[in-house]
Design a protein. Structure first.
Length: 208
């Protein structure tokens, strides 16, 4: 009974030979799991339940669990619990899941392990990529330093002849011989004396 998101269960005495939703022999109570008041959550007719159990009624596993809450022990339910305990121990001994809950836990554990492995692999891959990136950056840095060194050497080589040129000119200038003052021509005083001789000759001519 009930509806979506609001479960509600009735406990009835029925004939096992009738269909699942067949005729109800007697209503024995109800169970409302979402009821906040615990007293109203499980309402059962204890006397009638004990009567039907006494005449051979066999409760389902779910009903046996519910009636155990009000102090009614079912022999059938005890047998079910004993068999289940043995089956659980056997499954544990063989390392097999016993029920859907255990299967779900095993599956979740396996998925967790796979996720951790994938995360580790991804982490290792990222670390490898980072390492390769750092090596590439170091290589580029070394190449840049080498290039700068070569450019500096080229610049120094180009500046060296320019720096040596003034020194060479200065040296050449210092090595040039100085002109002696005695080497000046002596013809000019003779030229100055020539007019005097000429004038003297002219005066003698006039006297004649």
């Amino acid at each position: 009974m009930g509806r979506r998101h609001k479960p509600f269960f009735r406990l009835n005495a029925i004939d096992t030979r009738s269909p699942r939703d067949g005729k109800i022999i007697e209503k024995l109570g109800h169970y409302d799991p979402i009821e906040k008041n615990t007293e109203k959550q499980l309402v059962l007719n204890k006397e009638r339940i004990e009567y039907w159990l006494g005449v051979g009624a066999v409760p389902s596993e779910t009903v046996a669990e519910l009636i155990a809450k009000i102090g009614i022990a079912s022999t059938h339910y005890k047998q079910i619990k004993t068999r289940r305990k043995r089956a659980r121990l056997a499954a544990k001994k063989l390392g097999l899941p016993f029920d859907n809950t255990q299967r779900s836990l095993i599956q979740k554990a396996a998925e967790k392990v796979e996720a951790e492995k994938a995360a580790e692999a991804e982490k290792a891959k990222a670390a490898e990529a980072e390492k390769a990136k750092a090596a590439e950056a170091e290589k580029a840095k070394a190449a840049e330093a080498e290039k700068a060194k070569a450019a500096e050497a080229e610049k120094a080589k180009a500046e060296k002849p320019e720096a040596e040129k003034p020194k060479a000119e200065k040296k050449a200038k210092a090595e040039k011989p100085a002109e002696s003052p005695t080497e000046k021509p002596a013809e000019k005083p003779a030229e100055k004396a020539e007019p005097k001789e000429k004038k003297k000759a002219e005066k003698q001519t006039d006297k004649k």
